[in-house]
Design a protein around this ligand. Structure first.
Ligand code: BEZ
Length: 257
């Protein structure tokens, strides 16, 4: 058995409570927005709208899109003055519309990267920029390896739903889609998980939810306990779990013809 490529179910309240660090780290990416003149920004995978709200507060006209209706509902409730839409990032309907397409921690969820990049390229104005960050090659490697090995002992074949490219690989994909690459950097970003001792458990329950659905609650608990045991020497610092995140930061321009 495997997860059959099912889409992720997002509980926006649980996500904001237990994984708020995603938007916190995303604030680092906003430094590239601080330098930009007020313009029209598309925030892909806006989630509950934390970063969209900050960009709007900086004077930009911002539209947030997310594939999850629950996230969009939550974002609208928090930021009623901003446009939030449920939308597939591979099928953005606008052309030559945005000065910036922004995205934090979302691209690695999208399997059709060719479609994603051409959708973004179309949506940007000539001279417009893609400013994004995603998981890089080696991201969460030890967590995936441990989960794969332990769930296999229970007859399950874990297949990673994520796309974590190297900078070389993604650079050529961007160029192939027509972009001029301005900046592309891969780096380690060890990430403390929230809720101390429960951090890894919460993370696994959120992000491997489709895989865990195949097991009884007792077996889920046993798998999580064994993953924790396996990773304790590597990811537990004595007070918190530190996930082995690696990031790929991207700035690319749609050339002016
Ligand atoms: C990430 O942001 O790198 C990530 C988050 C959840 C699952 C996989 C990767």
């Amino acid at each position: 058995m495997n997860n059959n490529g099912k889409t992720m179910k997002w509980d926006s309240a649980f996500y904001q409570d237990k994984h708020g660090f995603v938007a916190e780290y995303g604030k680092e990416l906003l430094k590239y927005i601080f330098d930009s003149a007020p313009g029209h920004i598309l925030d892909i995978g806006c989630g509950t709208g934390t970063l969209t709200g900050i960009m709007s507060g900086l004077g930009h006209q911002v539209t947030g899109i997310d594939a999850s209706p629950d996230m969009v509902l939550n974002a609208r409730n928090h930021h009623p003055a901003i446009d939030f839409l449920v939308m597939d990032a591979c099928d953005i309907p606008w052309e030559n519309t945005f000065d910036i397409v922004f995205s934090n921690a979302v691209f690695h969820w999208i399997s059709n990267q060719k479609k994603l990049l051409s959708s973004i390229y179309r949506a940007l104005k000539p001279g417009g920029k893609l400013i994004a960050e995603m998981g890089a090659s080696g991201n969460i490697e030890s967590i995936q390896k441990a989960f794969e090995a332990i769930s296999r002992q229970y007859g399950y074949q874990y297949q990673s739903p994520f796309f974590f490219p190297s900078s070389t690989e993604y650079g050529s994909m961007l160029e192939h889609a027509g972009f001029h690459v301005i900046f592309l950097e891969e780096f380690d970003r060890p990430t403390p998980l929230e809720e101390a001792g429960d951090g890894l458990k919460n993370w696994i329950r959120q992000f491997f939810a489709n895989d865990l659905e195949h097991f009884t609650p007792e077996i889920c608990n046993a798998i999580i306990r064994d993953v924790e045991e396996t990773l304790k020497g590597k990811l537990w610092n004595g007070t918190r779990w530190i996930a082995d995140y690696r990031r790929l930061r991207i700035i690319a321009e749609k050339p002016v013809p």
